[in-house]
Design a protein around this ligand. Structure first.
Ligand code: C5P
Length: 246
């Protein structure tokens, strides 16, 4: 993808920052939810469980409904294998796909360069830095004697220098990362809740408007929308929080 095209894809972020996480065990349930949403107002995320159960059919069906899709499979393998998987995702027409930054420079550079071979490629490639489920003690156990925030910054720098389009990060990290990389680097943030929402199992949460103010470019939101009696109304409340406060 040319730099101009990448910037254009990233610019879309401001008008449609919400990515609804379709965390369902079956394609039919995911499609039923998608039907209640509006592709002009949000994007959707397909993760490991749903994709493993339904395969590319779910991507096709959601695309037919007009949705931009973030295929959240967090690839991590030898460079050739990851590059081909990323290419397969781009050829299915997904809007965004991701890898683990800890796969290293060769893996990320090869994935990025493989994407350039896809004709008219518009797929964004981002990386996961440190899983938010991992604490300092977990890093130590895998041989990394480093503060998690420092490791996030190191891996984000590596991701940026490999030419990728952004990272997945917690809302607590966005200010630091935006300060380092500016607004052309996507910061995709889960753990988003309105003050009135249940936190569910999320440990540290932030409201949509606060997350955008602190530098998030996209917000991954699942249960506050998918478990709502009226999902589109829940999305409207999120849009209102953003419109009133950003
Ligand atoms: O329902 P909820 O809004 O908590 O969903 C958040 C989504 O973001 C889920 O798909 C979850 O797997 C994903 N995610 C997360 N925390 C991370 C990375 C991804 O919650 N650190």
């Amino acid at each position: 993808m040319s730099d101009i095209q990448r910037a254009t894809n990233l610019q879309d972020k401001s008008d449609k920052p919400v990515i609804v996480a379709l965390d369902y065990p079956e394609m039919d349930l995911a499609l039923q939810m998608a039907k209640q949403l509006d592709p002009s107002r949000c994007r959707v995320k397909v993760g490991k469980e749903l994709f493993t159960r339904s395969g590319p059919k779910i991507i096709e069906s959601l695309s037919d409904q007009g949705f931009d899709i973030f295929l959240d499979l967090k690839f991590h393998d030898i460079p050739n294998t990851v590059a081909k998987a990323v290419r397969a995702a781009a050829e299915m027409g997904v809007w965004m796909v991701n890898v683990h930054a800890s796969g290293g420079r060769h893996m990320m550079e090869k994935a990025y360069s493989e994407l350039q071979k896809v004709q008219d490629n518009r797929t964004l490639l981002i990386a996961v830095t440190v899983l938010t489920s991992m604490q300092k003690s977990d890093l130590l156990e895998i041989g990394l004697d480093i503060e998690p925030q420092q490791h996030v910054m190191n891996l984000a720098k590596l991701t940026h220098s490999c030419g990728l389009d952004g990272v997945v990060c917690s809302a607590q990290e966005t200010a630091m990362l935006k300060g380092q990389f500016g607004s052309e680097f996507a910061l995709v943030t889960p753990g988003i809740r309105l003050a009135t929402d249940s936190a569910d199992d999320q440990q540290r949460i932030m409201t949509p408007s606060k997350a955008l103010q602190s530098g998030s470019t996209h917000l991954v939101i699942g249960r506050p929308i998918t478990k709502a009696v009226d999902p589109l109304r829940a999305l409207a409340a999120i849009e209102e929080d953003i419109a009133n406060n950003v």
